[in-house]
Write a protein that binds this ligand. Structure first.
Ligand code: ACO
Length: 332
């Protein structure tokens, strides 16, 4: 790839997040399923998670994240050309959550749509936004990763219910100033492994019936141990691709934010990249696995807390059901 191809064409202008107030601790879960605080912390790194209150939906958090990101970017909703929401837990199958966000914030000239890439949804959105800005088909793109996983969590399955949380994160992308921005991005899928992490019913194959509900088919099912192995392999692959595309050695990386699914997965990837702990952002202890929301929530937190500084070269890496995976290398 030529040096010109490495020049950023789009950059992140602002970030935001929408986090539910209600917190459920590991001790709370000890009362619901056969588990312990010690097991959850040691096997996953999670201490608590935020859960959306009844009566509220994905778009309620997405709107908060979107408005915060727009304010941070110094832009108005009417400036937006495109709104993309990465989610597998939309308010309803249609219209898209992106259209609901568009109406609520008044982004009158935007095209709006959702993408289904599970935990990789936000980075798939970043890849699309960068491509649109690069090609000149859009100037300002709002990318949201938002998930209410606890609505599709089987609270009788201790292998999954201790892992998930709810939340939304957002980023506004616009034209690069010439030095800062997306240096490279990468995405990939392998549908042959879909059965390891999926929700069987609720679509056209098994529409909701009394039987599908009785058989508990509307919940996430996951082969945790298998998924773990693929998560480490694919996120390492995504990290390598983004770095190689941009011609950057891992030693020259300042900051890493991976999908927050399991602290042992994050540590395994950091080890493969030979990154010291202080370059790796971790907030899984507070939020659990929020799927598509995990990277934008972490990104927003890291920027606002000053851990992710101007001048840093930051790698984002995700993995999720599908399987899907992806990465973006960003010069801040
Ligand atoms: N409390 C206590 N014991 C438990 C619990 C629990 N909550 N859950 C499972 N166990 C038990 C199991 O029954 C098993 O017992 P056994 O040995 O007697 O059979 C034992 O603990 C070990 O179970 P494993 O599943 O092998 O545990 P593991 O160390 O693999 O950790 C975990 C499980 C945390 C799920 C891990 O496999 C993981 O994080 N996997 C990847 C998750 C991920 O990356 N998901 C991707 C994105 S998610 C998305 O897209 C929505």
């Amino acid at each position: 790839m030529t040096a010109e191809a490495h020049k950023p064409k789009s950059m992140i202008l602002g970030t935001g997040s929408g986090i539910p107030e209600k917190i459920v601790t590991n001790q709370d879960l000890e009362k619901i399923v056969d588990t312990t605080d010690e097991w959850i912390r040691e096997r996953s790194g999670i201490e608590r998670r935020h859960i959306l209150e009844e009566g509220k939906a994905n778009s309620d958090l997405s709107i908060i994240a979107a408005e915060q990101a727009l304010e941070d970017a110094g832009l108005k909703a009417k400036d937006l050309d495109v709104i993309i929401v990465g989610t597998v837990t939309p308010d309803s199958p249609f219209p898209s959550t992106a259209c609901r966000v568009q109406a609520a914030i008044g982004a009158v000239k935007a095209a709006a749509f959702d993408i289904s890439a599970a935990c990789s949804g936000f980075l798939y959105g970043i890849k699309l936004a960068d491509s649109m800005i690069r090609s000149g088909s859009a100037r300002y793109v709002l990318v949201i990763g938002a998930e209410i996983l606890t609505r599709i969590t089987d609270w009788e399955d201790r292998g999954t219910c201790v892992l998930f949380g709810d939340g939304a994160g957002a980023a506004v992308l616009g034209p690069s100033d010439g030095t800062r921005g997306i240096l490279s991005s990468y995405f990939k899928s392998d549908g042959r492994l879909a059965h390891l992490l999926h929700m069987e019913a609720g679509g056209s194959r098994y529409p909701a019936t009394h039987e599908t509900v009785d058989k508990r088919m509307h919940f996430i099912r996951m082969e945790g141990r298998e998924v773990f192995k693929h998560a480490v392999r694919t996120m390492s692959d995504a990290a390598t691709h983004a770095l190689e595309q941009a011609g950057i050695h891992p030693d020259d990386l300042d900051f890493l934010i991976t999908h927050q699914a399991n602290i042992r997965i994050i540590e395994a990837i950091s080890k493969r990249l030979k990154l010291p702990k202080d370059k790796v952002f971790i907030n899984i202890q507070e939020y659990g696995n929020t799927s598509a929301a995990s990277i934008p929530i972490a990104l927003n937190q890291a920027r606002r807390e000053g851990a992710l500084k101007d001048g840093f070269r930051c790698l984002l890496v995700a993995f999720g059901g599908g399987f899907t995976w992806g990465s973006a290398l960003i010069q801040f």
